[in-house]
Design a protein around this ligand. Structure first.
Ligand code: FPP
Length: 229
């Protein structure tokens, strides 16, 4: 199997999964967080270097207030509870997205986790929280304006985006049947292979991940070139 160096995932379908089980939507997110942990472990075993997870988009603020609050409680509690385990696993954590709207507690926790896991090297897990691809591009443009650049090339521009020097994703997985990018990593996904599955995120598993990687392994990546026959 040709294992991707960087996998990005849009973890969709938590709400639908919960509804099908006759449970409140937040239970889908709880189960979703457990699946994110299982997939992180599998990625470590497979030798994936970067795993980027879309946890909360700039548009998700438009959800009912109660769901937003519970989701942030979940993320805060999960990160607090799992901190030692993440360190033990050798996870380097990085957060992408806006930092100005997530609340002081979570912001502090993010900074602390990034600092305390900076030397870990088994995998880099990137959590996208209050992240939007357009917002990422605009924040980069505004930084460049502030620094009075009058010209930038692709490499420099990429560096100013939230992923910085992390290589572009090789494989994007989206669960729950939707076939959209939904404002995720717009710049970085330019040549990423896309994989869609009908399985809702809480039912996603290591087996499903192997399936996605197997499918990816059979793809010919051309990056706009012609491949020799
Ligand atoms: C999309 O499903 C999922 C989200 C908006 C939240 C994803 C967040 C997690 C899985 C928690 C991650 C936490 C950590 C600490 C990594 P949806 O609610 O849009 O599902 P639906 O389309 O069926 O309604």
């Amino acid at each position: 199997m040709n294992v991707p160096r960087h996998i990005a995932i849009i973890m969709d379908g938590n709400g639908r999964w919960a509804k099908n089980q006759g449970m409140p939507r937040i239970m889908g997110h709880y189960r979703g967080a457990e699946v994110a942990e299982e997939i992180t472990r599998t990625c470590i075993d497979l030798g994936v270097e970067y795993l980027t997870l879309f946890a909360f988009s700039t548009e998700n603020w438009n959800r009912p207030r109660e769901e937003v609050e519970l989701l942030f409680d979940l993320m805060r509690n999960y990160l607090k509870e799992k901190k030692e385990e993440l360190i033990r696993l050798g996870v380097r954590l990085k957060f992408i997205g806006r930092r100005d709207r997530v609340g002081k507690d979570l912001r502090r926790m993010m900074e602390e986790l990034e600092r305390e896991t900076a030397e870990n090297y088994r995998i880099t897990v990137v959590l996208a929280i209050d992240y939007g691809g357009r917002d990422d591009i605009l924040r980069a443009v505004n930084k460049l304006i502030r620094l009075e650049f009058d010209h930038v090339d692709e490499e420099t521009f990429s560096y100013f985006l939230d992923l910085g020097d992390i290589p572009d994703p090789d494989l994007l997985i989206r669960t729950a049947g939707e076939k959209r990018i939904s404002n995720f990593l717009l710049w970085n996904l330019a040549y990423t292979e896309l994989y869609f599955t009908d399985v809702c995120w809480p039912d996603f598993s290591s087996e499903e991940l192997y399936r996605a990687i197997e499918d990816y392994s059979g793809r010919k990546r051309k990056f706009g070139r012609v491949l020799d026959e």
